[in-house]
Design a binder for this molecule. Structure first.
Ligand SMILES: Cc1ncc(C[n+]2csc(CCOP(=O)(O)OP(=O)(O)O)c2C)c(N)n1
Ligand code: SF4
Ligand SMILES: [Mg+2]
Length: 253
């Protein structure tokens, strides 16, 4: 008589690793990690089919702390690595972890092209409006006049609005959430996972060391542009389009 084996029920703890978490105490990244670890067991995806791919930055240390497959790749290129993986292994659940510097400065071009190709991957953009890892230089999402080590007289550049950029690249799923709102963050992670195609989830994240209060200042620096109609401080779903075939991965089943 053949024995029926059932898959073990996993919990958040099964997705944690034995690695020492090296983020500063109080960093918003801890909450994001906790919510991702809580959501993962509910997806019903075997751990061996889940991959976290990051670039470089504080946020990009994420794969070390997830008990799944993962890759800490190179600066701005997590999107390229993830696209290659998804094209060859479409059955995998691929999660890109990236910072505002990683995805919008050095990796800006790769980000928009991933979105237009619409590979079925999830992008989690940790937006703390600063280069955290390199100790606090202004980033493409830092507000105007921001004084940092690289802009001692104040930044003269207007910030990117990541969600508006994603909408402009015809991303099929665009949403925004916040480290300090765990329930909402979990809900958005579930929506991103359920979406077929590239999911772009911007997560406002506090860097209490180099940019304390960043998420709250965003309201001020986004409000004067016309794009505020779709992408002011609002968190939630900004766009979720029905299935659109990606350019180069196999059709969805
Ligand atoms: C090719 C290259 N250029 C520059 C750097 C230096 N560098 C490392 S991380 C980083 C920016 C990190 O900022 P962000 O992506 O916002 O991540 P955070 O640390 O804020 O999470 C930079 C400029 C690098 N590692 N490689
Ligand atoms: S420098 Fe900022 S983003 Fe990096 S771990 Fe510390 S608090 Fe977090
Ligand atoms: Mg950053």
């Amino acid at each position: 008589m053949s024995e029926t084996k059932t898959a073990p029920v996993l919990t958040a703890k099964d997705f944690a690793t034995d690695q020492e978490v090296r983020w500063c105490p109080g960093c918003g990244d801890y909450s994001i990690l906790a919510q991702v670890q809580k959501v993962m067991p509910t997806l019903g995806i075997p751990r061996e089919n889940i991959v976290f791919i990051s670039g470089i930055g504080c946020s990009s240390r994420f794969p070390y702390y997830m008990n799944t497959f993962g890759m800490h790749s190179i600066h701005g290129r997590a999107t390229a690595v993830a696209s290659g993986l998804k094209a060859t292994r479409p059955e995998l659940s691929v999660w890109i972890i990236t910072g505002d510097g990683d995805s919008l400065s050095i990796g800006g071009n790769h980000t928009i092209h991933l979105l237009r190709r619409n590979f079925d991957v999830n992008i989690l953009l940790f937006n703390n409006q600063i280069y955290g890892l390199t100790k606090g230089q202004y980033s493409p999402t830092s507000e105007e006049k921001k004084i940092t080590k690289s802009t001692p007289m104040g930044s003269i550049d207007h910030p990117f609005n990541p969600a508006a950029l994603a909408l402009g690249a015809d991303a099929t799923f665009v949403a925004r959430t916040m480290d300090r709102d765990p329930k909402h963050l979990q809900a958005m992670l579930l929506r991103a996972n359920a979406h077929k195609g590239s999911s772009f989830l911007e997560i406002y994240q506090n860097c209490n060391i180099f940019n304390d209060g960043a998420p709250m200042r965003t309201r001020a620096h986004l409000s004067w542009r016309s794009i505020k109609t779709v992408t002011s401080l609002t968190t939630g779903l900004l766009r979720s389009l029905p299935k659109r075939e990606p350019s180069r991965s196999k059709p969805y089943s």
